[in-house]
Design a protein. Structure first.
Length: 422
């Protein structure tokens, strides 16, 4: 092989080149670190002790996930309506969301409301239209809602609540694009950075009082800075694992429902007030978990319909529930990785069809019965939309701690047979 010898450069030029290369490497390393949140105490490098590494590289604990990374924790989340029809799969950006709600739209089709806070993917979609209950979960978190079209009831809800939003169909086309590799309407995309630039251009409020679930392994405490845009300071003491500040509120609304468990009712019976299945049918072939008790559950199946059979299988090595659609891995189009969640909340709720088009009313406020899956175990619980998020409570009214990481919240009709398995 012929080799070309490069001329010897003068010392000054060599030194300059080394500095440029070193700076570029440092920039690349920092950028990579920004994109990879890690759980508290999980070392990325053994060169530094955990505490020093956390201070040096991952100084911010993000409220929606409890994971450490770099960035700002007090900026408003962005909620994007993402389609889930077969023509929309695999979707882009779902793997970068902190919290995802999946709820039925018309017919047997589900859609996602994906919340972005700790990460800013450059491509999210396909984006579709809103319904009133999607507006409700976005407004509860004080998120900026990103969508393409609406039902009239949904837009009435946006207007009445003063919800900040970007609508591709009416006036915000510049913040979206159409991909040539799919047919309309399944080819509309946006980016989180683009929406944030749009927020600045529209002079929308960016300040946000962080909301968070209770995470296992310690308290998550925040002190909201005073100033315009903050409706009130977060009670740091109420953020402890015991959630003392919310104990009374957590009991309110479902205390009477949960009391039925003591007399032998399943939580489904107690929380809904109607028989939605015995303990056996509610959890498949096993016995009911019982409110507040945790049982082994390495899989859960949610049969929304023949084409929308959702399931999660627990991977002990990663501590994640891996998502499947119709028995096949459900992947993110950008990374190619299977979608995963540290926590899966299953929320039984009232679903009612309201018109000939199949539009629904879905109760996302609660209280209702459900399950929390985390760490390979399932716990029956009472859920309620409270303090910005759907939260799960045990029989004593205390919020059930979640594992740090991504959470998927699945709303299902009360009569659906939720199947838990090993």
């Amino acid at each position: 092989m012929n080799k070309t010898r490069l001329p010897v450069l003068r010392g000054a030029l060599v030194l300059a080149g080394v500095l440029v290369i070193a700076a570029g490497a440092a920039e690349t390393t920092t950028a990579a670190a920004d994109r990879v949140p890690v759980a508290a105490g999980k070392a990325r490098s053994e060169e530094l002790p955990d505490d020093d590494r956390m201070k040096a590289d991952y100084s911010v604990q993000f409220p929606l996930t409890g994971l450490f990374s770099n960035g700002q924790k007090d900026i408003r989340p962005i909620a994007v309506m993402v389609e889930n029809s077969p023509a929309a799969r695999p979707q882009s950006g779902l793997g970068d969301a902190d919290v995802v709600y999946e709820i039925l739209a018309e017919g047997d089709i589900t859609r996602f409301t994906a919340f972005y806070h700790s990460r800013n993917p450059g491509r999210v979609g396909p984006v579709r239209s809103i319904r009133p209950y999607y507006v409700d979960v976005a407004a509860a978190m004080d998120a900026v809602l990103v969508h393409a079209g609406w039902s009239q009831e949904a837009m009435n809800r946006v207007a009445a609540g003063g919800v900040d939003h970007f609508d591709e169909v009416y006036g915000d086309t510049v913040y979206y694009w159409r991909s040539p590799d799919r047919k309309p309407p399944h080819n509309l995309y946006t980016s989180i950075e683009g929406i944030r630039r749009g927020m600045a251009k529209k002079q929308l409020r960016t300040a946000w009082t962080p909301v968070h679930p209770v995470f296992a392994g310690g308290a998550v405490r925040w002190e909201a800075p005073a100033g315009e845009g903050y409706p009130g300071a977060v009670d740091a003491g109420a953020a402890s694992e015991g959630r003392e500040g919310n104990e009374a509120a957590g009991r309110a609304g479902f205390e009477e429902k949960a009391a039925g468990v003591a007399s032998g009712e399943t939580v489904a019976d107690a929380a809904s007030g109607a028989v939605t299945g015995t303990g056996e049918s509610a959890v498949g072939a096993g016995e009911g978990a019982g409110l507040g008790a945790a049982v082994g559950a390495e899989a859960v199946r949610l049969p929304y319909s023949a084409r929308y059979a959702v399931s999660y299988v627990y991977d002990a090595a990663s501590g994640q529930y891996l998502r499947r659609m119709n028995g096949l891995p459900h992947a993110d189009a950008e990374s190619g990785r299977q979608l995963a969640a540290a926590n899966v909340l299953v929320c039984r709720s009232s679903h009612r069809v309201t018109d000939s088009a199949g539009r629904r009313q879905v109760d996302v406020q609660g209280p209702g019965s459900g399950y929390v899956l985390t760490g390979g175990k399932a716990q029956e619980a009472v859920w309620q939309l409270r303090d910005g998020l759907v939260r799960a409570y045990a029989a004593d009214g205390q919020e059930i701690p979640l594992a740090p990481g991504v959470t998927w919240i699945q709303f299902v009709p009360e009569a659906m047979a939720v199947e838990l398995g090993e």
